[in-house]
Each structure stands twice: as C-alpha cells, then as structure tokens.
Design a protein. Structure first.
Length: 364
C-alpha cells in the first residue's frame, strides 16, 4: 500500500473573513479522500495563533446563526520556515513532532492569508501549496494593483480612484474631488478585503465621507469605483493544470430585492440572491468571457485557481475583481461552476492538491 499524502488544511486567520474561511475549510476537510490523504487541520485564531484543530468538519458550519471560529484552546503549533525541516511541532509539556507535511491547502480568505503572506511562508518552508504564488496572491488581494495589472495587459476595467491612508489624512478635499469626478452612483471599498465586507454603494455625495470611513475600518487604503448600472454580474472559474489554465462555464449572480448589491448578508446570511449556473448567455459571448477569464489569470501570473468576476452590459465587458481563494463550500460559486462543467467537489479538491504537488515551490 502506497504512503498517504499528508495535507495540512490551514484555515481561520486574522482577517475579517475568519469565519468564512472556517466554513470553506470544513467543506474541504469533508471532501479529501482519506484513503489517499492524511489530513492535518491547522487553525489560525483571530489573534494569529496557530493551533492543531480536531478533524471535525461538521463543527465548521453555521449553526443557529452562529458562525464557526478557530478554538484558541487547542494545542499551539510551532511552524518553522526551515526548508530542511518541514515537520510541525505541537507544543505541550512534552513537545510532539508531527510527521512531515507533503502539501498545504491554505483555505484562507483576506489579508494575512490570501495576500501572499502565507504563500511566502510556505515557500520558505519548502512546502508546496494550493493556489497562486506570492506575487499573484498579493496583487489580486489589492484591488488597485490588480486593476493596474489588467490595464497594463490591455484588458478592460471600469473607472476607479484609489485613496491611500496618507492621501486621506493629508488631502481629504483633493481625495474627495477625485472620487466625485467618477459620478454617481459609485462604490467605496476597502482595497484589500473580500466577502464584500466594508463596501457601500453611494448615491449622494453627502454619503461619501461616511462610506469612506466605513471602508477604512477594514483597510486604511480604499478604492472608489464607478457603478456600472444595469450590468450583469458574471463569474468564471479558472483552474490551473499541467497543460495550462482551464475555464469553467460562467455563472450569473442575480440580486433580489432588499439588497443594492451582492453584499456580505446576501452572500452568507439570507436567501436574497439567485445563482444561475450556467449563466444564460449567448454562446459566442459565453466563450468570449471564458477566454477573458483565462487572459486575466495569465496576466496576473495566477496558479492553481481563481474566480474572475466581470460586469457585462450587452457585448461590453469589464473585469471587476479576481479572487485567488474564492469561497469554497459546495454551494459557493467557484465549486458550483466546476461541478456544472463536469468536475464535482471532491474531484476539484483532488485536482487542486495534485496541481500543487506538481508545481512544487521555488521559481517556476
């Protein structure tokens, strides 16, 4: 019998998406084939402490309206960035050394996880990992840098303005003037956050300062984007492979009454959106969007997986965002798109782990 592959599933983290990461990780833990993989669940608490979690995926669900969290009472883990010693050490009165980890699946959303930080640590440790590398992860996490990359590659983006912490502190009037030039309505977003946290749709200039301060609670750097009215919100999943990235069928997010946009509550709390998979698109336009998703993935040097979010108005398309570790529950859009394309959830998880092992670490 061949040796099982040891997979460290890392989740939680210090970002505002901690709970969503836990839910995604629960689904990954359930999907990993235990006849092939030995799983080591590693939680990162909201305070940043690494702990050895129990292999109990059913705990990592929303229960009675309560979101799951990493339990800080679990045994702390020492993680070394020594590439010659990829073991994990569980701290106790007598430290226990876990066997070497073969590959990591960092199911982390937002800063301190999806932004190149964990990826850099795993590179130093010599541990292959699921998802994009340091550069692509960092660039995609920062909406301003991502838009600059897409524009440089000749790919379509919408009008936007960026306000750094220094600009807001030292020149609030100038910052507001630049944002107002985008017209109304517009969106104010934290530059480096996900799951639609901290986002406001602004319909009046009187609402602008409050929306900026709300976004700055999540990130001192914010981005303002002109609203593309009456656009369809289309998403496409990209999956890396030895022969190059592949695109899933596209899907559409249809927000029902009660929400101005696809916000956190619409995504995770209430039943206020319709997810159309596959999207009802003209076949020629559908293939155009799939090709554009791959072009965007390649432009940012993506690896492993990404969800490319686009706005479509008639035949006009703009790239909105790229998520390098999208929500990963079986009902999340990325797995649903791949299931509709012919790759079910367990097969998708397996493909990602195998792709990470194939790529390895280091320059590639």
């Amino acid at each position: 019998m061949s040796k099982k592959i040891r997979v460290a599933v890392i989740f939680g983290g210090r970002s505002s998406e901690h709970e969503i990461s836990c839910i995604s990780a629960g689904s990954v833990l359930r999907a990993l084939d235990r006849s092939r993989y030995e799983v080591v669940p590693i939680g990162i608490t909201k305070a940043g402490q690494w702990v050895l979690e129990a292999d109990e995926p059913n705990r990592l669900v929303i229960s009675g309206g309560v979101f799951p969290e990493v339990d800080p009472k679990n045994s702390p883990i020492l993680f070394t960035a020594d590439a010659s010693a990829t073991e994990l050490v569980v701290q106790s009165q007598v430290p226990a050394v876990l066997a070497q980890v073969d590959v990591a699946f960092p199911v982390l959303h937002g800063p301190w996880g999806e932004d190149g930080t964990i990826q850099g640590l795993l590179e130093l440790a010599g541990i292959p990992y699921v998802g994009s590398g340091v550069f692509a992860s960092a660039a995609a996490m920062d909406k301003a840098h991502l838009k600059a990359m897409m524009h440089s590659a000749g790919l379509p983006i919408g009008p936007y303005e960026v306000v750094t912490n220094s600009q807001w502190t030292n020149d609030q009037a100038g910052s507001l003037a630049r944002i107002k030039a985008l017209g109304l309505p517009l969106f104010i977003k934290p530059c480096r956050a996900g799951s639609s946290v901290g986002i406001s749709k602004v319909k009046s200039h009187d609402e602008l300062i409050a929306a900026i301060e709300f976004a700055r609670k999540h990130d001192p750097k914010i981005i303002a984007e002109a609203s593309i009215e009456n656009a369809r919100e289309i998403e496409c999943g990209v999956l890396g492979s030895a022969t190059g990235p592949k695109a899933s069928v596209c899907a559409e997010i249809i927000v029902k009454q009660g929400h101005e946009f696809y916000d956190f509550e619409a995504k995770y709390v209430d039943d206020s959106v319709e997810l159309s998979v596959p999207a009802d698109l003209d076949p020629v336009l559908h293939e155009k969007l799939r090709a554009l998703a791959i072009d965007a993935f390649l432009a940012m040097d993506g690896e492993g997986l990404a969800r490319v979010d686009m706005f479509v108005t008639g035949d006009d398309v703009v790239i909105n965002e790229i998520n390098t570790m999208p929500g990963f529950t079986p009902i999340s859009m990325y797995p649903r798109m791949w299931a509709e394309t012919g790759l079910d959830y367990p097969a998708l998880v397996d493909a990602l782990v195998q792709d990470a092992l194939r790529r390895g670490v280091g320059l590639r």
